[in-house]
Design a protein around this ligand. Structure first.
Ligand code: NAD
Length: 522
């Protein structure tokens, strides 16, 4: 009771990371409020599911139209609360959600259609089989701050269109953006109980995990993901885990240095490096190494760091001071261990509380945390390699496996290498943008998570599969039911041979014995 009283007065503070100004103080949901929200969602979900996919698609269409109409306000709110330049908010958040809506509008109906399953086994040919895809019920979503709109929105839209109710616990740093999503969905026609936002921090997320939800969709760090997986295992709660990454970029000797260096700079510094798919480590063939570093340093020097509301800004602030300290510590350690600092490597306090200069480090090694742990800041650590084998070995030498990129003019060679990289996605001659391909599955292997968001595989996460078997001869007892004996055993041996022997002669010989089973009296 005392804990709940304390929770009742707990607040999350929304802050503009560029200025430090407080945007809002919002009361956190108490444990009791979490329980109530989930039971409201549970009560409302059957009606939402019964509405049918066509009507849900119509709601989605309205949502898409309204979001398009309000793209500027939504983008600016994202910039104010999460810091990224407005144009990034527009392209990597608003446009991603508009296009994900397009994908769901086009595909959800067919996805939810019953799927016929023809049977190959002779004994099962008298049965009609189909796969049904049914909603889980209430899906809990716990989301991070770095893509505060596109991550929860794509997950929520996929859950809603398949007939689920959703309870979203957004990051404590970006509650206002989540509330904007809530308002857009409600105005479009999603009933208030079918999509609810519960403000709060990790404790509220933990309460949602403990509540009677039917599935949890989590996006966030590996340590939190591990806690969630453990808690979920105790009650067999299905979870989708979209976790961190340490994505490698491999620049082969035939790559275009100008293109690859621009990609490295954008890939490492977009959203101030706070993207799960960021270029977090870069390996360059030794023949291009110096040229590549020189190009990256020149391009990093041209980047304009500042408030994302300023149209001329390339790189915005980091989300908070704690994240800045992680970046500083990794860069310092790398320098002490022999990495060369070629650009950045310092806070830009004159700009505001959370700015860090785009940083290029050369001669980074795997002994350094900057090459092993997620940095999640504007840092591009670069190392040289001599052979393809070495490049693959370095790329795979990581506990993470979210995504990777390979840069080469020879796309066949790039594809051959991509197949050897252990990751959920490998891009050839591009990085990060796979997140904006609504048809592409997004997710990682190893510590980067379990399951996939986006595309058809993302829709599969939002449904329970039920296999429906309809026997076409309801008045016939099955031959394999009781009444075993020597004769039946011989008949069944003949039946197995009939199906699986390679010899047509044997098939012909056993046919009569096998057919005898059909005349059994049970
Ligand atoms: P985080 O793990 O600190 O928090 C994520 C969410 O979990 C927040 O809403 C937080 O309040 C909540 N939370 C914290 N503790 C919890 C607990 N014990 N139980 C339930 N919920 C809890 O991560 P973050 O700092 O918000 O986000 C950055 C991380 O997210 C990075 O590691 C990044 O790589 C990862 N990320 C992954 C993807 C992906 O698609 N794979 C996308 C974006 C971000």
């Amino acid at each position: 009771m005392a804990t709940d009283l304390k929770a009742a007065t707990r607040k999350v503070v929304s802050t503009n990371p560029a200025t430090g100004a407080v945007l809002a103080e919002i009361e956190s949901a108490t444990d009791a409020a979490v329980e109530q929200a989930v039971s409201r969602a549970r009560a409302a979900q059957p009606k939402w599911a019964a509405l049918g996919v066509s009507k849900r698609i119509a709601v989605l269409r309205k949502f898409q139209g309204r979001l398009h109409q309000h793209k500027t306000e939504v983008g600016q709110l994202i910039t104010r609360e999460a810091g990224k330049p407005y144009v990034e908010a527009l392209l990597t958040e608003v446009m991603v959600v508009l296009d994900a809506s397009r994908f769901l509008i086009e595909h959800a109906r067919r996805f939810l259609r019953d799927q016929q399953v023809p049977h190959g086994n002779l004994a099962m040919k008298v049965k009609a089989g189909k796969i049904l895809r049914e909603p889980h019920g209430v899906i809990g979503i716990v989301s991070p701050w770095n893509y505060p709109f596109s991550i929860p929105a794509v997950e929520a839209l996929s859950a809603l269109v398949t007939g689920n109710a959703v309870v979203l616990k957004p990051s404590e740093f970006t509650t206002l953006v989540a509330q904007e999503l809530e308002s857009l969905l409600h105005v479009a026609g999603v009933p208030p109980e079918v999509f609810q936002v519960l403000p709060g921090d990790g404790a509220t997320g933990a309460a949602l995990l403990q509540s009677p939800i039917d599935k949890l969709v989590f996006t966030g760090s590996v340590p939190t993901g591990k806690k969630i997986a453990q808690a979920a295992a105790t009650r067999m709660l299905p979870v989708l885990l979209e976790l961190g990454g340490k994505d490698p970029m491999l620049v082969l000797e035939d790559a275009d240095v100008d293109v690859a260096s621009s990609a490295a700079v954008w890939g490492a510094f977009v959203n101030a490096g706070q993207a799960c798919l960021s270029v977090e480590r870069c390996y360059v063939h030794h023949s291009l190494y110096q040229k590549f570093l020189t190009a990256c340093v020149a391009k990093a020097a041209k980047l304009r760091v500042g408030d994302g509301m300023d149209g001329e800004t390339d790189v915005g602030p980091m989300i908070h001071e704690r994240q800045l300290r992680i970046v500083e510590a990794q860069v310092e350690e790398a320098r002490e261990m022999g990495a060369r600092l070629l650009a950045g490597g310092m806070r830009l306090t004159e700009l505001g509380p959370n700015f860090y200069a785009p940083t290029v480090l050369a001669d980074a090694t795997h002994a350094m945390r900057v090459m092993r742990e997620e940095t999640f800041g504007p840092v591009l650590p670069v190392a040289a390699f001599s052979s393809e084998e070495e490049a693959i070995q370095l790329a795979n030498d990581s506990e993470f496996g979210l995504a990777a990129s390979v840069w080469t003019r020879d796309t066949e060679r790039g594809e051959a290498l991509a197949r050897r990289i252990v990751a959920g996605t490998v891009m050839i001659n591009d990085a990060i943008t796979c997140f904006g391909i609504s048809e592409a599955p997004h997710g990682g292997v190893k510590a980067s998570g379990i399951g996939r968001a986006h595309g058809h595989l993302g829709l599969e996460e939002m449904v329970r599969v039920k296999y429906l078997d309809i026997d076409r001869l309801p008045r016939l007892k099955k031959v394999w039911w009781y009444g075993y004996g020597e004769a039946f055993t011989r008949q069944m041996e003949a039946f197995v041979d009939l199906q699986f022997t390679r010899s047509w002669g044997t098939r012909w010989r056993v046919l009569k014995t096998a057919a005898g089973a059909a005349r059994r009296k049970l």
